[in-house]
Design a protein around this ligand. Sequence first.
Ligand SMILES: C[S@@+](CC[C@H](N)C(=O)[O-])C[C@H]1O[C@@H](n2cnc3c(N)ncnc32)[C@H](O)[C@@H]1O
Length: 376
Amino acid sequence: MKEQGNNWSTNSKNIQLTLADRSSILTNSFQEKFKIYQSDSKIAPLYLLGDAVEVLKELPRESIDCCMTSPPYWGKREYRGGGIGLEKDFHVYLDNLCLVFAEVKRVLKPSGSFWLNLGDSYYNKKLLGLPWRIAISLTDKQGLILRNSIIWNKVKGGPDNTKDRLRNIHENIFHFVKTSKGYYYDIDAIRAAPRKAKVVNGSIVSATGVTGIRYKRKIELSTELSPIEKQNAYAALEEVFQQIAEGKISDFRMIIRGQQRITHSDSEKVSGRAKELAQKGFYFLKYHPQGSKPSDVWEILPEDTQKRELHFAPYPIDLCKIPISATCPPDGIVLDPFCGTGTTMLAAKLLGRKSCGIDICQDYLEVAKERSKSVL
Ligand SMILES: C[S@@+](CC[C@H](N)C(=O)[O-])C[C@H]1O[C@@H](n2cnc3c(N)ncnc32)[C@H](O)[C@@H]1O
C-alpha cells in the first residue's frame, strides 16, 4: 500500500468496526494495522513483522512521538532473521542504517525525539567510530539536531583477552530532535528526587548539611568584600534560607569573591556569574526544588541475557526510562524499528505509553509479545 503523506486521516466507520472486534481484521497492511492501533485506547504494544525500511515506509508521516532503538552491531552477532549487521563492508552497514533512520525521521512528529543506542566495532585492529559516523551523517545529511551524546557505562563488560588495548564497557546513546524549538521534553519527569532540608535545633539545615554558619564566617573574615557588600551578602544568605524553608529551592552553594575557585569561566565577558562576583562580591548556585537533572553518563547494568535464550542483546529496560519519560507524552506512541524481544515496548508499557515494535524475526516478536503480556 502506498504512503498517504500528510493526507492521512482516520476513517471512523472503519475504526468502529475494527475496535468492536480487532481479531476480525484480516489485513496484511502495516498502514491499516497502525491506523487501527493509533485510534485504539489500549496500550498493549503493536508488533509488525518485516524489514524496518519496508514497514516504516507504510506508516503515516508525523505519527510517532518518540523512537528509541538499539540496532544490530556491525559484524558481531547473527540474529535469527538475518538483516542489518551482516554486511561485509561497514560503509554498507552505515548506509543501511541511514535508510532506516530517514524513515524514522519521516514518521516522527515535529515535536518528536529519536534516541539511538549503538555499540562500536573493531576491524583490523581499528576502532571504527561507527556511532559517531552515524550521528554525524544524521545531523549533516538528514538535518536532525543532536541534543545529547550519552555514555552508557555498562559497569561490567564481557571477557576481553586482548593484550594491547583497554576493556570496553561503554556504548553511545544519541538524542536527536527534528526542530530546535518546541520539541516535547518533560524535564520534571526525569529529575532525581531531591533530598529535603531539615530543622536541627531550631535552625534550617540544607539537604547536604549547610547551616549558613560557615558562610557567615566566610563573609565576616573576607578581606575582599567591602562593609556594604558584607551586609548585602548576609541579607542574601538569609533570603536563600527562607527559600529553602519555603521549599522553593532544595539546596545551594554560596560563592564569595576571592574564597572559592570559580566553577565557570572567570571572564566577565563569557560568564554572568563572574560578572555577578565582580559586581556584588558573591553569588548563589541554587538547586531545583524538584531535584537535579540526570547527567549524560548513565550507569546501568546490561540485562542478564541468560534468561532470554533466543536473543543476545544486553539492552536493559532501564535504558529506555529517561528517553520515554522525558520525550514521549503520556498519550504518545513510542517506536522501536529493531525491537527484537521487545525491551523498549516493555518499558513503554510500564510507563503507560503505547508503542510500536518492528523486527525482521518472527521468533523474537513472539518473545516480545509474551514479555509485554507480563506487564498489566
Ligand atoms: C540489537 S537487537 C535489538 C534488541 C532489542 N532491543 C531487544 O530488546 O531484544 C537488533 C534487532 O534488529 C533486528 N533486525 C536486523 N535487521 C533488521 C531489519 N532490516 N529490519 C528489522 N529488524 C531487523 C534483529 O532481528 C534484532 O532483533
